[in-house]
Design a protein around this ligand. Structure first.
Ligand code: Q46
Ligand code: ZN
Length: 313
């Protein structure tokens, strides 16, 4: 098979575009997609300071690399979630990238910075690790971006992620989530930083190809808590549809943005935002969900130490 652009031997076939590219031309295609998404959706300008959330996985590492290559003012941000083995291994990958490309990096560590562990807290208060993790990550992205004077937070969500989220939201008719799902989440409060997804038109496979063609290291394993997540199941279903009818995933998502999303606009009533009484971050309640989690962790630690003291006497 020959590359569609230059006629050289092709190295990747993209079924949904019925086209094949050599390594170089694939990189041109990839860069064009990212540039077009940034421009068309007004994600950020060349002068903006961009905070890229990196997990060590292929998508976020591809995003970090392409934004640096395109000359944007980018800083990586990694959060060590304290997930046994996985977190330390992914931190190492991210730090090595930062050194290799001389790329600025901010590292946060939940246990060291806030004194509690996500998996232990989840067990103690009987909530899913992923829901606590999601709350904490969203809080920290915003806080770091705000404190550091960043204009925008960019994440590596890809076409597969976004189509699976859409399918999940449609299956349970989550009107509010459908109204808010978008490649750009604008700032709705001076203390909320805008969030963007520049890779939302690129598939997992395309991000993997980009990573391999550029020799970028990444963590191959998934977070152990992702096992059994419904998003993985939705991705499998979408992959089956894609096999039968290439382009389904992209049509599903982009036509939702073009035609479907506006039908749910009325469910996106602006909520009253205020500042958390404890930390000052934006919330809808008196105390934000991060501070409530922190309070629960502190309460639990206090109770444990009292129990320990009792046992020692
Ligand atoms: S990191 Fe956190 Fe994910 Fe791991 S604990 Fe769940 S939410 S699966 S993207
Ligand atoms: Zn708070």
């Amino acid at each position: 098979m020959r590359c569609r652009r230059c006629g050289e031997k092709a190295e990747i076939y993209l079924k949904r575009h019925n086209t094949a590219f050599c390594n170089n031309c694939f990189q041109v295609y990839y860069s064009e997609q990212v540039r077009r998404n940034i421009r068309r959706y007004k994600m950020f300008r060349p002068s903006d300071r961009v905070l890229v959330v990196v997990s060590g996985g292929k998508d976020s590492m591809a995003l970090w690399h392409i934004l640096l290559k395109e000359g944007y003012n980018v800083t990586g941000m990694y959060i060590n979630l304290g997930i046994c083995g996985y977190s330390d291994r992914s931190q190492e990958v991210v730090e090595q990238f930062s050194q290799k490309y001389n790329a600025p990096l901010i590292v946060k560590n939940i246990e060291k910075d806030y004194g509690f562990s996500i998996p232990i807290l989840a067990r103690e208060i009987r909530r899913s690790t992923c829901s606590i993790c999601g709350t904490i990550k969203r809080y920290i992205f915003n806080k770091v971006a705000l404190d550091g004077g960043f204009d925008v937070v960019a994440t590596g969500h890809n076409l597969d992620d976004e189509a699976a989220t859409l399918l999940g939201n449609v299956l349970s008719w989550q009107e509010g989530y459908l109204a808010r799902q978008a490649p750009v989440l604008p700032s709705t409060h001076p203390k909320l930083v805008k969030k963007v997804k520049p890779l939302f038109t690129l598939t997992e496979r395309e991000n993997l190809a980009y990573i391999i063609f550029n020799g970028i290291s990444f963590i191959h394993e998934e977070c152990p808590h992702a096992l059994g997540a419904s998003s993985i199941f939705y991705k499998e279903i979408l992959n089956k549809l894609e096999e039968e009818s290439p382009g389904t995933k992209q049509r599903f998502l982009t036509n939702f943005y073009k035609k479907g999303r506006k039908c749910f606009a009325k469910y996106s009533e602006p909520v009253k935002l205020r500042e958390c009484k404890i930390c000052g971050q934006v919330t809808t309640a008196e105390i934000c969900s991060f501070c409530r989690l922190r309070q629960m962790a502190e309460k639990k630690m206090k109770a444990d130490s009292l129990l320990q003291e009792g046992e020692n006497h």
